[in-house]
Design a protein around this ligand. Structure first.
Ligand SMILES: Cc1cc2nc3c(=O)[nH]c(=O)nc-3n(C[C@H](O)[C@H](O)[C@H](O)COP(=O)(O)O)c2cc1C
Length: 183
């Protein structure tokens, strides 16, 4: 059976990030032929176009991890009604040098969690705009705007009972999307 490696990009560097927890928990809802690896974006320098001809080791590593993956999973907070700068920085790095983007053609899912009631909806919409120009096909439905509340995670860090059916359905669609669109 074909194996699918998924590069997971979490848009928060915070140690106790809800979005990192969500990324870990949701990965457990996928079938065994899917493996998920959270890529590090916290060690990337600030993007500077002058460096395109000599990209930092951390950038080369990030691009390699994306290139090796059959799919992408973005799990991001919303910062001031958009995506966090650290996530945009990572996207910009791996999109360059011009014509050598690591992102192009990799099917993606977009998730996000926030204590606020809108559950990262604006950040996700901004991210979808960016990914469109990166030529990253994103799963359109179901959308998942997740509000962080007691019970989102159970004691073991898995998705809690109240959200499990919803997120299992999301994962089932994501898995089908990757299988249909992976190169
Ligand atoms: C700079 C900043 C801006 C934020 N802006 C928003 C926002 O626009 N919408 C929202 O729902 N939450 C916002 N928040 C709250 C985050 O949703 C909350 O801090 C969340 O826990 C961050 O995700 P994380 O736990 O994965 O780090 C903001 C937080 C920070 C630090």
């Amino acid at each position: 059976m074909r194996q699918y490696k998924i590069a997971v990009i979490v848009g928060s560097l915070r140690q106790d990030s809800f979005n990192r927890k969500l990324a870990s928990a949701v990965a457990k809802l996928a079938p065994p032929e899917f493996s998920f690896k959270q890529v590090n974006i916290g060690d990337l320098p600030l993007y500077n176009q002058d460096d395109d001809t000599h990209q930092a080791e951390s950038v080369i590593r990030l691009k390699g991890e994306i290139a090796a993956a059959q799919g992408l999973l973005f799990v991001t907070p919303e910062y001031n009604r958009s995506i966090p700068g650290v996530l945009k920085n990572a996207i910009d790095h791996a999109s360059r040098p011009y014509g050598q983007s690591a992102w192009a053609g990799k099917p993606a899912g977009v998730l996000g969690a926030s204590p606020g009631a809108t559950g990262t909806s604006m950040a996700q919409q901004h991210l979808r705009n960016i990914l469109a120009t990166m030529d990253v096909p994103t799963l359109g439905q179901p959308e998942a705007f997740i509000q962080v509340k007691d019970g989102l995670f159970d004691g073991a860090g898995d998705i809690g009972a109240a959200s499990r059916k919803f997120l299992q359905n999301w994962m089932d669609h994501y898995v089908a999307w990757v299988i249909n669109h992976a190169a």
